[in-house]
Each structure stands twice: as structure tokens, then as C-alpha cells.
Design a protein around this ligand. Structure first.
Ligand code: HAM
Length: 416
């Protein structure tokens, strides 16, 4: 037997309605905030992520699904959505230059991580990117899109915000981090020793317990923000207050991707254990230029759909069931089933959800199947009904039956 690859999951027919619900709510929220959908390829040139996500991140150094295609080009299954959207924006003439450019996407993403609850190798994201607006109100709006989505899904999660400054303040902060960690290098994991040389900010994102303990007392970026970054962070807090969004400042949030500047944020749920971050994002004012476009501010986030669903399941959120068939047409023998088929076709053409017997089962077995489907009515066609030109329609909830002429079937069920 061939199994599903480790760290991936099937969405089975009985559960796909839950995904459709979450995606439907996400699309509704996107519409309300004037976001337009963008679709980019599942794989991109590897260089895009090396330059975009950053060569010192775990994502790029350890987790990418990279392969050579038949033309010997290095390709990578996208580990996240932002870099591809930026690539497309630059390649397609800034989408006509209308600013801000407000976009969303629902994508699969791929990271070769150690699988556990809430951490997969193929997972799915609802993401949002807004290009061209530099003010803190756009950061606040981005956070509020995520907040609105979570609330509509019935999810309670805590919002943590931070500012990781800009290249100007990062210089002084990196120096302070180096000072702090230089004296503690022995206690750090192997990876952190390389992070120390290459990108000290990455030290704060280490998941090893020993490193986390050392990180707890590291200098706070908030003490090193330049005047402009400080003002931006203050404005963000003001806008969040205006929007009625409560938050906690967590100076330890640096995020696992290199492109962020200034605002970073995460929504964390306590309902699903260690992988409780349901949503993360922030501002990335340098990325569009870094990837070859003109300088342009940008801000966005992504939410993990599997994690959203896990939180909803663990906290007992009821997801509306998909629509059930209005009527199941049960035929006694072959000629009756042909009549059922004919009526079923007419009903479906009129937009009624209708089903009939594909398995040549007995009427009793067809009733059982209709019940499993949740059909509201079962219309029986036997020899007598065929002769009379009318079927016997039973309401499954009340048990009451009535005769309905074949030629009136469409009108009858359209009104049900
Ligand atoms: P990220 O924090 O790497 O950010 O991922 C966003 C969300 O995707 C996480 O909060 C989590 O819910 C989900 N996620 C990440 N990795 C996994 C995994 N292995 N298994 C299941 N779910 C996972 C980004 O991807 C950025 N592109 C977000 C962004 C957009 N920033 C600005 N614009």
C-alpha cells in the first residue's frame, strides 16, 4: 500500500466542508476589506526564497523542498506566499500602479519540518499583502483583517505585537545582542553559534529550550528603536486602540523570516498546544526593492488553515453542515429507476439538489442511503406510481406522504 507522504494530510470528503467554510469566511472578510485574490505558481526559482525569505532563516537553510527540473534549473515548492506575490508585482508592472495594492491568497505551502500536531510539511495559508502604504494605520488594518477573520471563525487568540525596527536601529541592536550573547556562547545550540555570526536577531527565534532560557534576558529591541520607528510603533498602538483591538507587547517576537521591518505580530491560541501561533505577519518595507522593484512599503500576514481548524475543533465551534439533498428518488425496478433518473435530471437542471439510486438496490436499502445523505424527502416510484404518472413523496422528518404528479415534480421541490 502506498501511504500519504509524512507530514501531509488528505482532506477527506466528509471533512472538506470544514475547509470550504473557513475559506468562504476568509474570502468574505477579504471582500469586506477590498482585497483582491492573487494566484501565483506553487513552485518558483529557488533564488526568490533565498533572497526573499533570507539565507539565515531555518526555512531557507533547512526546510525547503528544492529540486532540479529537467532543464537543470533549481526550483522550490513555495514555503510561504509573500515572496511569490512580490515577484509577481514587480514582474507585472506593479499591477498598473494603483496604490495601495491590496491582495489575498489561499495556498498550499511546503516546509520540511519535523511533523507534529499543527506542524505539517504541506500546510495551507490564507494570506494578505498590502503594498504601497507606509503609515501605521495600514499595519493596524492588516492586524484587524486577521482579527476579523478569527472572530468570525469563533476563535479566541491573543494578539502579540512588537517592532523590530529598521536597518538603522537594527545596527545598534545587533551590536547589543552580540555583546550579550558573546559572553554566553557556550550555552547556545550549534545553530545559534552560526546565527551569532550571520544574523544575531535570529538567535531570539531559536526553539531550543536552553537557548530560549538565555534569550529571556537578552536586550529588548524596543530600547533601541530610532525616532521614526518609535513614532511608527506608537501610532500603531493608537490605531489599534481606535479599532478596539486589544494586544500585548512582546519584545521577543522576531518572526522566522528575514524580510520584516518595524511591526511584527502573532495571534496565539492556547487551544492546540505547542504550535499555537495561528497567524503571523508584519511590515516588510525593504523586500520589494531587494527583489528588484522600486522602493515600496509593504505589510501582510498569513494564517495557517490547519491550525485554524484545530482551534475550532478543540474549542467546540460548530461548523455549518453542507447543504443536503432536497429529495432522493427511489425506484422499484429498472423502468422505475429510469423514470427517477429522468426526474432527477430535470430537478438538477432547475437547481434542486437531488439524488437517485446508482447501485440497483432494494427500495428499503435506498431509504437507508437517502437517510445517510440527509435527504429531506424520498420520492418512491414503483409499478403503480409509474402507471399513475405520480410518485409517492415522503417527508423524512414527519413521516407524512403525498402523491406528486411527475410533471409537477420540479415546481413541487423548488418550493420546498
Ligand atoms: P509564518 O509565520 O511562517 O509567516 O507562517 C504563517 C502561519 O502559517 C503560521 O502562523 C502558522 O499558522 C502557519 N504555518 C507555518 N508553518 C506551518 C507548518 N509547518 N504547519 C502548519 N502550519 C504552519 C509567513 O509565512 C509569512 N509569509 C506571513 C506574512 C505575509 N508576512 C507578511 N506577509
Amino acid at each position: 500500500m502506498i501511504n500519504v507522504p509524512k507530514g501531509t494530510k488528505d482532506v477527506l470528503p466528509e471533512e472538506s466542508y470544514q475547509w470550504q467554510f473557513v475559506e468562504g469566511v476568509a474570502r468574505e472578510v477579504a471582500k469586506q476589506f477590498s482585497l483582491k485574490e492573487i494566484r501565483t505558481p506553487v513552485f518558483e526559482h529557488t533564488e526568490l526564497f533565498q533572497r526573499g525569505v533570507g539565507n539565515t532563516t531555518d526555512i531557507v537553510t533547512k526546510e525547503m523542498y528544492t529540486f532540479l527540473d529537467k532543464g537543470n534549473r533549481s526550483m522550490t515548492l513555495k514555503p510561504e506566499g509573500t515572496a511569490g506575490v512580490v515577484r509577481s508585482y514587480i514582474e507585472n508592472g506593479q499591477f498598473g500602479g494603483v496604490l495601495p495594492a491590496k491582495m489575498y491568497y489561499i495556498i498550499p505551502a511546503f516546509r520540511y519540518e519535523r511533523p507534529q500536531a499543527g506542524r505539517l510539511r504541506e500546510f495551507h495559508q490564507f494570506g494578505v499583502e498590502i503594498f504601497g502604504a507606509k503609515g501605521a494605520e495600514t499595519d493596524a488594518e492588516t492586524i484587524m483583517i486577521a482579527d476579523t477573520l478569527l472572530k468570525r471563525l469563533g476563535i479566541t487568540a491573543k494578539l502579540y505585537i512588537n517592532s523590530i525596527g529598521c536597518p538603522v536601529c537594527r545596527k545598534a541592536y545587533n551590536a547589543a545582542l552580540k555583546d550579550y550573547f558573546a559572553a554566553r556562547l557556550d550555552g547556545l545550540c550549534y545553530d545559534c553559534k552560526t546565527r551569532f555570526d550571520k544574523n544575531p536577531l535570529r538567535l531570539l527565534d531559536c526553539k531550543e529550550e536552553a537557548c530560549k532560557a538565555i534569550n529571556a534576558n537578552a536586550p529588548s529591541i524596543l530600547d533601541y528603536l530610532c525616532e521614526d520607528c518609535s513614532a511608527h510603533f506608537a501610532a500603531l498602538k493608537e490605531y489599534l486602540a481606535l479599532g478596539g483591538v486589544s494586544y500585548e507587547i512582546n519584545p521577543r517576537i522576531v518572526r522566522g523570516l528575514d524580510y520584516y521591518t518595524r511591526t511584527v505580530f502573532e495571534f496565539v491560541s492556547t487551544a492546540i498546544g505547542a504550535q499555537g501561533t495561528v497567524c503571523g505577519g508584519g511590515r516588510y518595507d525593504g523586500l520589494i526593492e531587494e527583489l528588484g522593484g522600486g522602493a515600496s512599503p509593504a505589510v501582510g500576514f498569513a494564517a495557517g488553515i490547519e491550525r485554524l481548524l484545530m482551534v475550532m475543533q478543540n474549542s467546540g465551534v460548530e461548523i455549518p453542515q453542507p447543504e443536503k439533498p432536497v429529495v432522493y428518488l427511489a425506484g422499484m425496478d429498472e423502468s422505475c429507476r429510469k423514470k427517477c433518473f429522468e426526474i432527477c435530471c430535470a430537478l438538477r437542471a432547475a437547481g434542486v439538489i437531488a439524488e437517485y439510486d446508482h447501485m440497483s438496490r432494494s427500495v428499503k436499502a435506498q431509504f437507508k442511503y437517502a437517510d445517510k445523505l440527509g435527504a429531506r424527502f424520498v420520492a418512491v416510484v414503483g409499478g403503480n406510481e409509474l402507471a399513475e404518472g405520480a410518485m409517492n413523496v415522503k417527508c423524512m422528518a414527519t413521516g407524512e406522504s403525498e402523491k406528486v404528479a411527475f410533471e409537477n415534480a420540479v415546481e413541487y421541490f423548488l418550493n420546498k
